[in-house]
Design a protein around this ligand. Structure first.
Ligand code: ADP
Length: 750
């Protein structure tokens, strides 16, 4: 069957391909059949052996064949007609489909043409095969003119070209149009390949002028903000410079004052100046810090530091401020904590100073406590700053950690402040890996809790030593003080050390209880009625081993030596744990001590002049326009054994340097202030370096004296040819160290 079909199919194909041959063949077959039949009849009827029967049989046979052929033809005709009807139906369906396709194509074309996006098709040779209305409008040309041409849009500005993973070119172009220049974002891709060749390129463009303009405006705004931020940093640096310069004078002069022979009282005052100016300096540094934090440039140190002394230093630093407002300030460091931990002490101090400073600022009655305890997680430490102040309303509690936010504008105006402190603190703490939480209610004080991970420092012997504590087990101590922040912390501390503590705020009750038993110690708050305090000391003499009075430095003069005859010693508030421990573990005094016998461990010592003398005597040119700083520098340098020539501006410094060079006695060192009238330090240095190069003389070391803490300013010094810089306020040890490394020029030359 299959073979038959194959032959038929081949024959049909042959007939289709060669219709003439097939026609000739068919005509020949028909002619042969007709001729054969006719010839058969004619020759059959003429022969002698003509047999009418046989002839009739033959004629009937032929007739039968003709009938069969006719019947077959008729059937084939019917089959063909049926097929034709099927074909006509199919054709109709195809016509419908064709209409649909045409309609769809028309719709698509209309859609493309009316698109706001620009659509363009190009043939492989760049000829335009399709453009939509948007393209015509942009090109300002009719469609007919564009189709078939190789028109290219003029470009004002070309953006960066990117190619995505599917090979689509993505880029922006600025193109002139009737409505002015427009930014078009193009996506260009190959849509069809013919035998692997590029056939058509489809370009779709979108007008992104608004987006681009917005982006540009944003970028401009960002640049302006950056400029403003830089200007702010410069302003902060300038302000800090302006403050640092007089501060240099204060700190330096005070340092000189402390080196003279002073009475203990004068020493206390001078030390207070030192502490305050140091605090002011740290404030300036904080200002600079803010600009650094804003710029995300905050580096943390990881160094061991003593936890208890850090906290006590903070408390002592803030004590004068608190005591001036008649507030108490006290600290408590849990004994379970390690002596030393690793972290950034300066930043932690900055955070705690801010929190405790706020606590004092917003408290009018009561006091402030700094409590340090182990945190919930291992190596975590909690720093609690608790006050009895005005408190913070719940709705303001989250807000105050944002920049320039204050809980209550009206109240804040009375207290002052910028609203920056908590924002800085919060960022620093977060950077340390910790967090700050707040518990407060209006009128009921506040507790800020800073929790940060601070690993213990192992100082070599593998043991993290806890804070040292005295053993006061089986001892009784009476604390006579009003119920106050400090009293409760002292009580807590004494109980931790094992003592049985009894805190009494009523002097009459205390007087009645003292003779009742033998006390290891009584601690009396000097803030209570003075004569009653004096009497308590005398009363307790036979009953208490240690009789200690506690007062603030200002209160001390209110107790003349005779008023303290009954006491064995005194402690300065806020109490240092170490001082309290020393007092309580000291052996019993043989006699009632006089004021002179009192161990003043917390009293400032009188320092003796300790200026380091330099190994070489140098001739130093000092260029400094600020009189106080000049005097300070000259005194320091002279004390170190150097010879100083002072000039007050850059021009005079240059002349003096030239004079010394030409006289053959060059300076061993130039100390050059950066900001000076006439010629500033940078320019003066440049000129000195230029002349050195011209005259081929030996290079004089030049050090900048600068209060500017910004890196750019330091670069400017080096660029001008300076060899280093000393930052104001001047660190004497640093100065001595730098000078010790220098030798006189004539020695160097030799
Ligand atoms: P500043 O104190 O300079 O205004 P801060 O950021 O340190 O800025 O504090 C923000 C605000 O939070 C303060 O203005 C004050 O309203 C509130 N605040 C902070 N600490 C306390 C506190 N201990 N008691 C009451 N209010 C406080």
């Amino acid at each position: 069957m299959r073979g038959t079909f194959r032959i038929k199919a081949r024959m049909r194909r042959f007939a289709r391909r060669h219709p003439r041959i097939s026609f000739a063949l068919r005509s020949f077959i028909l002619f042969s059949a007709a001729f054969g039949g006719a010839y058969g009849f004619v020759s059959g009827s003429r022969t002698d052996a003509y047999d009418p029967n046989t002839f009739a049989i033959g004629a009937s046979f032929l007739f039968a064949i003709a009938c069969v052929a006719l019947a077959t033809l008729s059937m084939r005709m019917r089959w063909m007609r049926k097929k034709m009807r099927g074909l006509a139906l199919h054709n109709e369906a195809l016509v419908d489909r064709n209409w649909e396709l045409k309609e769809a194509e028309e719709r698509a074309r209309n859609l493309f043409e009316s698109q706001s996006d620009i659509v363009l098709l190009r043939a492989a040779d760049g000829t335009i095969t399709f453009v939509n209305d948007a393209f015509c409008e942009l090109a300002q040309q009719p469609r007919e003119a564009l189709l078939g041409s190789q028109y290219v849009l003029p470009i004002i500005e070309q953006g960066k070209i990117n190619i995505d993973s599917r090979g689509t070119r993505i880029h922006d172009q600025k193109i002139p149009s009737a409505a002015g220049p427009r930014w078009i974002a193009w996506r260009e891709g190959i849509v069809r390949f013919d035998a692997g060749q590029l056939a058509e390129l489809q370009c779709v463009g979108r007008d992104v002028t608004d987006r681009t303009e917005t982006e540009r405006a944003l970028a401009e705004a960002r640049d302006h903000a950056d400029d403003a931020s830089r200007a702010k940093s410069r302003f902060l640096a300038m302000a800090s410079h302006e403050i640092r310069t007089p501060l240099n004078g204060i700190m330096g002069m005070n340092g000189l004052l402390l080196e003279t022979t002073l009475t203990p009282e004068q020493t206390t005052y001078a030390k207070a100046i030192k502490t305050s100016s140091e605090a002011l300096l740290s404030l300036i540094d904080e200002l600079l810090d803010y600009s650094k934090i804003e710029a995300g440039k905050i580096d943390l140190e990881h160094r061991p530091f003593a936890l208890a002394s850090l906290i006590e230093d903070i408390t002592e630093l803030l004590a004068p401020r608190a005591q001036a407002r008649k507030l108490e300030i006290a600290s408590y460091v849990d004994e379970r904590l390690p002596m030393q931990v690793i972290g950034d002490a300066a930043r932690l101090r900055q955070v705690l100073l801010n929190l405790a400073g706020n606590a004092i600022k917003f408290t009018t009655e009561g006091g402030v406590a700094l409590i340090v305890e182990p945190g919930k997680q291992a190596n975590e430490i909690s720093f609690l700053v608790r006050d009895t102040g005005i408190g913070i309303a719940p709705e303001a509690q989250a807000r105050i950690f944002r920049e320039f936010e204050q809980a209550d504008e009206r109240i804040a105006r009375n207290y002052g402040g910028t609203g920056l402190g908590l924002a800085i603190s919060e960022r620093i703490v977060r950077r340390m890996g910790g967090h700050i939480t707040l518990q407060s209610a209006l009128g009921q004080g506040s507790t800020f809790e800073v929790t940060i991970p601070l690993p213990p420092h192992d100082d070599g012997d593998g043991i993290d030593k806890p804070i040292e504590t005295p053993d006061l087990r089986d001892t009784s101590i009476m604390l006579i003080a009003p119920h106050s922040v400090e009293a409760s912390l002292i009580e807590r501390r004494l109980e931790r050390w094992g003592a049985q503590t009894c805190t009494i705020s009523d002097i009459a009750v205390a007087r009645a209880l003292i003779p009742e038993r033998a006390w290891h110690a009584i601690l009396v708050d000097g803030a209570m009625n003075h004569s009653a305090v004096t009497q308590l000391g005398e009363l307790a003499q036979p009953h208490a081993l240690h009789r200690l009075i506690m007062f603030t430095p200002t209160m001390r003069h209110e107790y003349p030596p005779e008023a303290m005859a009954g006491y064995t010693g005194y402690l300065v508030k806020p109490l240092r744990a170490a001082s309290l421990a020393t007092r309580l573990s000291a052996p019993a005094p043989a006699l009632a001590p006089s004021m002179a016998d009192i161990d003043e461990s917390t009293e400032p010592e009188v320092s003796s002049p300790n200026t380091v003398r330099s190994p070489h005597r140098l001739t130093i040119l000092l260029a400094e326009d600020n009189e106080i700083n000049a005097l300070l520098m000259r005194t320091l340098l002279t004390r170190m054994g150097h010879q100083v020539v002072l000039t007050t501006n850059g021009e005079a410094a240059l002349e003096s340097w030239l004079g010394a060079e030409s006289a053959g006695t060059p300076y061993d060192l130039v100390l050059m202030d950066v900001q000076m009238p006439r010629l500033d330090g940078i320019e003066a240095t440049r000129q000195i370096r230029a002349r050195e190069a011209g005259q081929r003389v030996q290079r004089t070391p030049i050090l900048a004296l600068t209060a500017n803490a910004l890196v750019e300013d330091r670069y400017a010094c080096f660029e001008a040819g300076m060899d280093g810089f000393l930052v104001k306020p001047l660190d004497r040890d640093k100065l001595a160290e730098v000078l010790a490394g220098l030798k006189p020029m004539h020695t160097l030359a030799a």
